[in-house]
Every structure is written in C-alpha cells, then in structure tokens.
Design a protein. Structure first.
Length: 494
C-alpha cells in the first residue's frame, strides 16, 4: 500500500508532466486529467467525452490510440488525429490500459512529440551514405554480393585493381568471376568453416584474383558472411592487392643475392691475386731453365719433346695466371668513351677467321647511334671474347650466333644480348656459372675463369650481367653498361 505521502507525490508528478495526460473510461469519458477537471474550461457546453471535448466530434477519432489499446489490450502509439508535422516532429498519442483483475477499468492517454518518420528516414539516409562513402573510398577493394553472387557494392579501388567499372560489376559479372578456377567455391567453403577466423569469417587469406583482362593477381582477402535473423544474406570481401609488396620483396631478395655474389667475388679475387703472384715466379724459373736446356744441350728426341711439353704447359699456366690477375684487376685500366658496336665488330673480326667459327651463322642486330660507354677497350674485348667463345664452344662450332645491341633510354644504359642455339646452360649450373673455376668442360679444356672475369669487368664498369636459357634453344647473356654520360653522373654523385 502506498502511503499518503507517496500518493501525494505521484499526483504532483502527474500534474507536473509537461504534456496532457488524461484517464478515460472504456467509452471515452474523461475521468481525470493532469489539469483538474473543474479547471478544464466549459466542460458542460463541450460534453465530457474526449472526442467531444477536444475534437468537437460526435464519435471517437479513427486513429485513436485508446481504440488501438481496446483492440489489442496492449500499449499503443498513434498519430494525433488531424495532426501535421511541425519542425520535424510528429504529435502523437500514447495510450495504455489500467487493468483491475481481468477487467480493463480505464485507459490512460497522453500526447507526445516524436521525431517524424521523414526525419528518421533522413537520418538513416545520412548514416547510410556516410557508411557507403567509407566503403567506397576505402584503400582496399571492397566487393559485396548477395548469396547468388550478384554484386551490389564495388568500390573505386576495386574498379582500379579489377578493371571493371562499377556498373559492369553490378550488371554483367558474378562475384565468382573475380576468382580463377573454382576459387570462389573454395572461399565460400573456408568462410563456412570454423577454422579461419570463426564461422562466417575469413582473415588474411592469400589467394589469386582475376582481373577483367584475365591477369591473375595475388591478393590477401578478409571476408565475411552477412547474416539476417540467422540466414546468410550476403558476403563482403576486402581485397588487398599484393603485387607491389611482392615486387619489393623480390627486389630486396635479388639485391641481397647480388651483394652476396659481389662479396664472394671480392674475397675470392684477393685470394686469387696472392696465389697468382706466388705462381708467377716459379713459372718464370721453369720456362727459363727449360729454354736453356733446349738451347745449350744436345738432347735425345724424346727428351726434347718432353721439354717442349713442359714449355707448353708452363705457357698455359702463365695464361691462367694472367687471367687471374685480370680477374682481380691488378692491371691498370684506361677508361675512355667507347662505342659498343665498334668494340663488338673488332672482337668478331678477330674470332670470325678461327676454325671454330667456320660453320657458325652470325646475325648482327646493332642499334645505330648508340651512346658511348665509358670503358677500358682492352677489357671490353676480353668481356665480349669470353662470352662469344663460350657460345661458339657450346654450339660445338655449329649454329646461329645472334648479337643484339640497343639503348635502354629510361635507365640510360647500353644493352648487349648475345644468344646462341647451343644446348643451353644446365639448370643446376645456372646459379654457379659466374663463380671462378666453375666449368663443365673436360679437365684441361676450360679453367672456369672466363665468365667470372667477364662478371668482374661488367661490375667494375658499373653495369650488370645475367644469363638465361632461351625458351626455344640455347642460352642468352645480357649485359647492361651505363652510357658515358650516365657513369659521369654516377661519378659526380660519388
Ligand atoms: N653459351 C653457353 N651455353 C651453355 N653453357 C655455357 C655457355 N656459356 C657458359 N656456359 C657454362 O658456364 C661454364 C662457365 O663458363 P666460363 O667461361 O666461366 O668457363 P669455361 O668456358 O668452362 O672455361 P674458360 O672460359 O675459363 O676456358 C661453362 O663451363 C659452361 O658450362
Ligand atoms: Mg669460357
């Protein structure tokens, strides 16, 4: 039971309520109001039914909140009869029953100002467009589709990466088309499993996507299923294009390999230089004394032949030492602007008449007006000679030798490509061919110094060299040397 004080406060609270609050009998008679009945003006002339008193009507209003409560027996909210929206607000009534046992004794009706539906719609529209803008301008590609795969959201990044316009994506392709093979099915399978970020979610999944031009691009995918009342209604995917990241990673790896290679060459070079000097002196002695013996003694034929053999082998050893010294840059070089086409022509002139080249067809594809390369002419011949000789030896004197020169404008470099139609470089040997003493030739036939020397020459000229096998037949050696103006710029920078 409420105390007198509580009842007093409740009445005061109802009276202080800013809006009108009235209690009605089941037939709409005004029983009480937060304005005392006797203070309501002219109750007698206006009649004491609410529809008479407030609306001058002879029957209850059609959309009366109390009427709705009578029908449903639960609280109801209805717009005020004849009301119109003022300042974005809609006047309406809220009504509820006062129940006594299982009988409705009376109804309470109070009026309210609710924000209008139009205003709610406007707010909703604003929030929606804000969300849509966020998705559309996201850096990652955002693609959403219904469960049949029809795309309904395709943001600007997706247009850029996939090459479809928003309209094309929505009208002419299915979300399955942006994955190669049965990639879409695989993604859906993973999305529905618990193991990749929870059911209905897939996080940082590395896969490939298909662009409009048919190119497969590596992507990282975050996707989720959108549920409504427990039912799958859509899927949304955030695609991150991995091409740039993978390219940078590859460049870093390549640079690392090149650095390692350069370091290895440098330390081997020092070692080789030391050995070369030590061998040179006894070699001088061997040659000198063998020659003396030949000149000063009358020898048996067999002994004379042996001495000639000693001299030949000593000569070969001296040549190897010379190459070793060249390899370690122990000789002085004269750097001058040289024309690569001319240097190649001179090298070929020396080689062409040798028997090894008799059955080799030479194809020259020289770009005229090549910019000069700041280089040591002697070293250039050495470099070209080694690669061309290797090609002729690989073809066993029979095949096509193709030599191409061209200017790489963007990098300001001159490029030489020397290709042959030999058996190509065995895959296993490919990573080692530039290493000193690596050879696949029979003992005594090759020192394995040719390409490492060539590599060193190219490097000391600020260039690059690589080798690859041709798709059809044979191998190609690609040499890039900075043009004279380019290396000058480099020197200035240093
Ligand atoms: N054009 C080519 N085709 C196939 N393999 C090649 C070619 N050029 C080089 N090679 C391979 O690379 C290896 C190393 O070459 P490199 O010129 O350094 O030494 P080499 O020719 O064996 O001996 P050297 O040049 O010192 O007489 C060769 O033994 C060969 O296996
Ligand atoms: Mg060689």
């Amino acid at each position: 039971m409420r105390t007198k004080k509580e009842i007093e406060y409740l009445l005061k609270a109802i009276d202080a309520f800013q809006r009108r609050l009235i209690v009605l009998s089941p037939d709409y008679e005004i029983l009480a109001a937060n304005i005392p009945i006797d203070e309501l003006p002219d109750m007698e002339t206006k009649g004491n039914f609410c529809y008479q008193y407030f609306y001058d009507r002879s029957s209850p209003c059609e959309n009366c909140a109390v009427m709705a409560v009578k029908e449903t027996l639960s609280p109801s909210l209805c717009p005020k009869p004849g009301s119109y929206i003022i300042g974005g607000h809609m006047p309406c009534f809220y009504a509820y029953p006062i129940v006594n046992g299982d009988r409705v004794e009376a109804y309470v009706s109070m009026d309210f100002q609710l924000p209008s539906v139009g205003m709610l719609e406007e707010k909703l529209r604003h929030t929606n467009s804000l969300l849509e803008n966020l998705l559309l301008s996201a850096v990652d590609c955002v693609i959403a589709a219904d469960m049949k795969g029809s795309i309904f959201l395709f943001n600007a990044s997706a247009e850029n990466v996939f090459g479809h316009s928003k309209e094309e994506a929505k009208n002419s392709i299915n979300v399955r088309d942006i994955y190669p093979g049965d990639g879409a099915r695989q993604v859906m399978k993973l999305l529905r499993s618990d193991d990749f970020g929870g059911k209905g979610r897939l996080t940082t999944y590395r896969t490939n996507a298909l662009t409009k031009s048919g190119e497969e691009i590596p992507i990282s995918l975050n996707a989720s299923v959108v549920y409504e009342e427990g039912k799958e209604v859509a899927t949304v995917g955030f695609f991150h294009d991995l091409r740039d990241r993978l390219r940078i990673q590859k460049e870093l790896e390549d640079t690392q390999v090149q650095l390692l290679q350069a370091e290895k060459m440098a330390s081997l070079g020092k070692l080789a230089a030391g050995v070369a000097h030590q061998i040179n002196n006894p070699l001088g002695g061997i040659t000198l004394f063998a020659k003396l013996m030949l000149e000063e003694y009358t020898l048996e034929k067999g002994a004379e032949e042996d001495l000639h053999r000693i001299l030949r082998d000593a000569e070969r050893a001296r040549n190897t030492v010379k190459e070793l010294l060249e390899f370690t840059r122990q000789t002085r070089h004269l750097m001058q602007p040289n024309n690569i086409n001319e240097a190649l022509t001179r090298t070929l002139f020396l080689l062409e008449n040798q028997t090894l080249f008799q059955n080799i067809k030479l194809q020259k594809e020289f770009q005229p007006d090549l910019p000069p390369v700041s280089s040591d002419a002697q070293q250039l011949y050495h470099l070209m000679m080694n690669i061309i000789l290797n090609a002729a030896q690989a073809m066993d004197g029979n095949g096509i030798l193709h030599i191409k020169t061209h200017y790489l404008e963007k990098q300001d470099r001159v490029c030489i490509v020397i290709s042959d139609t030999g058996p190509g470089i065995p895959e296993k040997a490919l990573p080692h061919i530039f290493e000193p003493f690596f050879t696949t030739k029979d003992e005594g036939k090759g020192t394995g110094l040719g390409l490492s020397l060539a590599y060193n020459i190219v490097e000391s000229h600020g260039g690059r060299m690589s080798a690859k096998n041709n798709p059809e037949k044979g191998a190609s050696f690609i040499i890039e040397l900075p043009s004279a103006t380019n290396s000058q710029k480099g020197d200035e920078r240093e």
